[in-house]
Design a protein around this ligand. Structure first.
Ligand code: GDP
Length: 265
């Protein structure tokens, strides 16, 4: 298997000095001090787990003999999807948004898991199912936008409407370019279906602080004014620097019902 990248594990992050550590674990809060005074930041802290919860979540994402994390199967149609036996989360976003990189980062403590990169022919237009022990399943959905509108409609819509064990959908938005027209199409669809979702801003290491702040505020404002089903707190991630990955693991553990002591939000 692959070696564990730096900062993939909390134990590595805890060795950093405080400000750097906050930036990796709570990247949204790190931005707070650059906001205009009076900016409403209550929404930045709705999900703010402590160390124990972060550690418990990490244990779920770390495979061992008694706790296998496996790629299960790919499906192009709902009747090929594995039985809806466990709580499930899915990840959707435009092609190139950083979806496979994010899923690889989430599973970096289970190096035997193979996350197919989107360029792999034949895997761009499929749903890829991963099983995390006996706790939950995670689905990598086909990328939408350029070249894949038809797959998106046929596969993603059917999945979102029919999957009874789906607990939350993670909608990825590129942190460098912000919300695009195709992202709005996805939001409209999620809103129409009335299913709960979360927005995740990707590649934050690549955006300058100014650009990142602008995109964060824009998305937060958009969510506040135009959505019903979206969790009010935006998640920020870098799959390269592992910022936001630990928090996202914890949120996934929480919404799949695997963190009993964290207050429901
Ligand atoms: P997908 O098509 O959504 O699965 O996107 P990929 O995960 O393949 O990423 C698309 C491109 O963005 C690749 O060149 C990645 O190396 C790059 N990328 C993805 N995530 C990050 C990130 O967090 N930081 C940086 N700097 N680059 C990223």
């Amino acid at each position: 298997g692959r070696a564990t990248p730096p900062l993939a594990a909390l134990s590595q992050v805890l060795r950093l000095e405080r400000s750097r550590r906050t930036g990796i674990v709570f990247p949204l809060q790190k931005l707070e001090r650059y906001l205009a005074p009076g900016t409403d930041t209550a929404r930045f802290r709705l999900f703010q787990p402590g160390l124990a919860a972060l550690q418990r979540a990490e244990a779920l994402f770390r495979s061992d003999r008694g706790h296998p994390i496996d790629y299960v199967s790919s499906a192009v149609r709902m009747d090929h999807a594995p039985p809806p036996a466990l709580p499930e989360v899915c990840f959707i976003g435009r092609s190139n948004v950083g979806k496979s990189s994010l899923i690889r980062a989430l599973f970096s403590l289970a190096p035997e898991v193979e996350v197919r990169v989107s360029k792999t022919p034949g895997h761009t237009n499929k749903m890829n199912f991963f099983k995390v022990g006996k706790y939950f399943t995670l689905v990598d959905m086909p990328g939408y936008g350029y070249r894949a509108p038809q797959d998106f409609v046929e596969i993603v819509e059917a999945y979102l409407q029919e999957r009874c064990n789906l607990k939350r959908t993670f909608l990825l938005v590129d942190g460098v370019v912000g919300l695009q027209k195709t992202d709005h199409v996805a939001v409209d669809m999620l809103e129409e279906f009335g299913i709960p979702y979360v927005m995740v801003l990707t590649k934050i290491d690549r955006a300058s602080r100014g650009v990142l702040l602008k995109n964060v505020l824009e998305v937060q404002e958009f969510v506040k004014e135009n959505t019903q089903g979206c969790f009010p707190q935006l998640f920020l991630v870098s799959s390269v620097e592992f910022s936001g990955i630990h928090l996202l693991r914890c949120f996934v553990a929480h919404i799949t019902g695997n963190l009993p002591t964290v207050e429901a939000s």
